[in-house]
Design a protein around this ligand. Structure first.
Ligand code: UDP
Length: 160
């Protein structure tokens, strides 16, 4: 049967994607955006910023005790990055598939990390791993007023 996922009520699932400082430097922002856009997902927030150490430590709090935590926070603070929020049906899980594995050497070509990176310490982009962590991350990086509610004019051709 037909579900309610039509253009009038496109799913509101959201994920947090962040273009990491290495890919900003390497000119990959556009390609990363393009992969989500062409799939049919909707961009609801985006900005360029230098993240504070405090924000990065909060973002990666689950890794606070790991040996890679200090270099990770340093890497993420090493230059401007581009946090984004994307919306659509299944966007959290599909976002991880578009991104690829944490270790880029485990990736198939075709994923963002598989196409552009070799080391975990420079793995190009971040994506939330679950709906709940996405909510936490979105509220860390964006205020409610920065999240745009809008309809893509082609939603009908993607969802109906
Ligand atoms: N990371 C690293 N070394 C490791 C594991 C992770 O440098 O051994 C970095 C890597 O940049 C990764 C981030 O820490 O993206 C967060 O790790 P997580 O396991 O949450 O991976 P992700 O969810 O980003 O795939």
């Amino acid at each position: 049967t037909r579900n309610k996922m039509t253009f009038e009520g496109t799913p509101r699932e959201r994920t947090f994607i962040c273009v990491k400082p290495d890919s900003v430097q390497r000119g990959l922002i556009g390609d990363i955006i393009k992969r989500f856009e062409q799939k049919g997902f909707k961009l609801v927030a985006m900005k360029m910023m230098q993240a504070s150490e405090e924000l990065l430590k909060a973002h990666y709090e689950e890794h606070a005790a790991k040996p890679f935590f200090p270099p990770l926070v340093k890497y993420m603070g090493s230059g401007p990055l581009v946090p984004m929020v994307w919306e659509g049906q299944g966007v959290v899980k599909m976002g991880r598939m578009i991104l690829g594995e944490t270790n880029p050497l485990d990736d198939q070509p075709g994923t963002i990390r598989g196409d552009y990176s070799i080391r975990m310490a420079k793995n190009v982009a971040h994506g939330s791993d679950a709906v709940e962590s996405a909510k936490r991350e979105i509220s860390l990086w964006f205020t409610d007023s920065e999240l745009n509610s809008w309809s893509r004019c082609d939603d009908k051709w993607i969802y109906e």
